[in-house]
Design a protein around this ligand. Sequence first.
Ligand SMILES: [Zn+2]
Length: 185
Amino acid sequence: MLPKRKLDELLPVRFRNGEQVKQFSKPCVRCGTMLQARDMEGAARLVEDHLAIAATARCPKCGDSFGIACVVDNTKRVRRVIIPAWAFGLYLRNLPTQAGELNPASAPDAARPQSEPDTPPSQPPRVEHRNVVRADELVGRYGDKPIPAWVVVDGAQLNFERVELGDRVAPGEFLLDGCLVYRAA
Ligand SMILES: [Zn+2]
């Protein structure tokens, strides 16, 4: 497992799209003082195209300490992770060094029980015949493909999440046109 480190030693982190996270700050939950990466200790790791942060912040002003668990995407949008910071930190520090293992669906086949010898190894079925409605509103283009801001798949609205080239789609995500990933907000 990786040791806990001060977050300012782990930054900056650069995403594949060139965006960089140089600073990470958060107000103290008790007194509101803005804490910086140097006031936080834990793990910050690039997982696919997200920077995952799990840390304990200690306020130099009031002495309070609290957990931080969040994910920063490659547009620097920060989202909270809804599991305790310590559990997320253990997970992150135990994560193998190569990226791409956040998604359990992409775990190696060796972890699964052996199938019957005469059964050919099968890919997970890709559902292509779903009822998909594309938004007219576009958030951009990828090559010559317009990127709808959202899609409605079988009645559920999903928002554009990212462009995916490695075919890594997590449970609950929907792959449009083979490279655009959508998920529930
Ligand atoms: Zn404080």
